[in-house]
Design a protein around this ligand. Structure first.
Ligand code: AMP
Length: 284
């Protein structure tokens, strides 16, 4: 496994690859778990070379968010990636990706999609994601980009970025990896106390219940969502949003179908968690 920290080093490692070979790219912020590893394994399976980046991107955190305390466990991450037999790990510095400083860095904005759902409370978030992923794609130049369905809005924003800018990369979306009780794996789960961890399991249980309501013929999003919110708040989850939306546009659907997606963001204690479930996937 090669470890590189600069764009120039990465380009020189990748320049040695056979012409026409495929490069899979898995961008992460580290604190790796089985969810990340599912992306890595899919890339290893599909591509000749797999590049994983570990970079806690400051431009996607707001001033009162957890950038400083975001878990950074590089040694453990590298050990996991080595076991998986990843080819290249890229760990750039903030200064190397944003050499003119963050305020003066060139920005990319995906309008509309970036303003919905998570974008309402985290106004900076998708601009930061687009800024860093565009830079990483320009450096790595992968044939395939692997993203997790867990961050569903992020997938839609980045698919739009790739399409709108005619980027020559195919976007592969990998299903959510969950804990035994259904909680979506997340680097932020390690912030949760044991009691909070139990509360957090109610998130997936509620999404499943809502999806089952839709599949059993209750086709009014309003009452299902209201009941879902009540269920979550009585379990101790503070809901930022809970909605049934179109899988493509993320616009709310008044009359959901199996193709709709239920999306959630909220807080358990001080920890912000997100999750989503396509209605048709409930029996998976
Ligand atoms: P992060 O390190 O949180 O930026 O995540 C890096 C990538 O891993 C993103 O594409 C995430 O969507 C994906 N990911 C994180 N958690 C999961 C999970 N539980 N299942 C599938 N993919 C995940």
């Amino acid at each position: 496994m090669k470890m590189v920290t600069t764009a120039a080093e990465l380009r020189s490692v990748l320049a040695g690859l056979a012409k026409g070979s495929t490069i899979g790219f898995v961008p992460t912020m580290g604190a790796l778990h089985e969810g990340h590893l599912a992306l890595v394994r899919q890339s290893l399976q599909q591509c000749d070379t797999t590049v994983v980046s570990i970079f806690v991107n400051p431009t996607q955190f707001g001033p009162n968010e957890d950038f400083d305390r975001y878990p950074r466990v590089l040694e453990a991450d590298l050990a996991l990636l080595k076991t998986e037999k990843v080819d290249v790990v890229f760990t750039p510095s903030v200064a190397s990706l944003y050499p003119k400083g963050i305020a003066n860095a060139t920005r990319i904005e995906v309008p509309k999609l970036s303003k919905k759902l998570c974008g309402k409370t985290r106004k900076h978030f998708f601009r930061g994601v687009a800024m860093v992923v565009m830079r990483l794609l320009s450096i790595v130049r992968p044939t395939q980009l692997f993203l997790g369905e867990k961050d569903f809005q992020q997938c839609r924003v980045l698919q739009t970025l790739v399409n709108d800018l005619f980027l020559p990369v195919s976007v592969e979306i990998v299903p959510i990896v969950r804990e035994q009780d259904g909680l979506a794996m997340s680097s932020r789960n390690r912030y949760l106390s044991q009691v909070e961890r139990e509360t957090a399991a109610q998130i997936y249980a509620t999404l499943v219940w809502m999806a089952q309501e839709v599949l059993s013929g209750n086709l009014a999003a309003g009452p299902i969502t209201t009941a879902g919110k009540m269920r979550l708040s009585s379990a101790g989850v503070v809901v930022d949003y809970l909605a049934i939306v179109s899988d493509k546009t993320l616009n709310p659907c008044a009359h959901p179908t199996a193709e709709s997606r239920i999306v959630f963001a909220g807080y358990v204690g001080k920890t912000r968690l997100i999750d989503n479930l396509k209605v048709a996937h409930v029996s998976r």
